[in-house]
Design a protein around this ligand. Structure first.
Ligand SMILES: [Zn+2]
Length: 71
């Protein structure tokens, strides 16, 4: 989403680190939900937390539009 590269900032400790975001809010599920890779998006920890702060949980595209980086 923001292109943050953990390895560039944290060196080898950050290599291949990421978080995955469920595109459908798990809290809204009424029963057990099986997750597939297409239900997930790779994001950095900051973006993950910010997405989950939005009430109606914005999409990755909506969040990219909101980012102030590069504007
Ligand atoms: Zn990010």
């Amino acid at each position: 989403m923001c292109s943050f590269d953990f390895k560039k900032v944290y060196g080898e400790l950050g290599a291949e680190f990421c978080e995955v975001h469920h595109l459908k809010k798990l809290a809204d599920a009424e029963k057990y939900v099986e997750t597939t890779l297409s239900d997930l998006s790779v994001v950095c920890s900051n973006c993950h937390r910010i997405i989950n702060r939005t009430n109606s949980m914005k999409t990755i595209a909506e969040m990219k539009d909101m980012l102030l980086l590069g504007k």
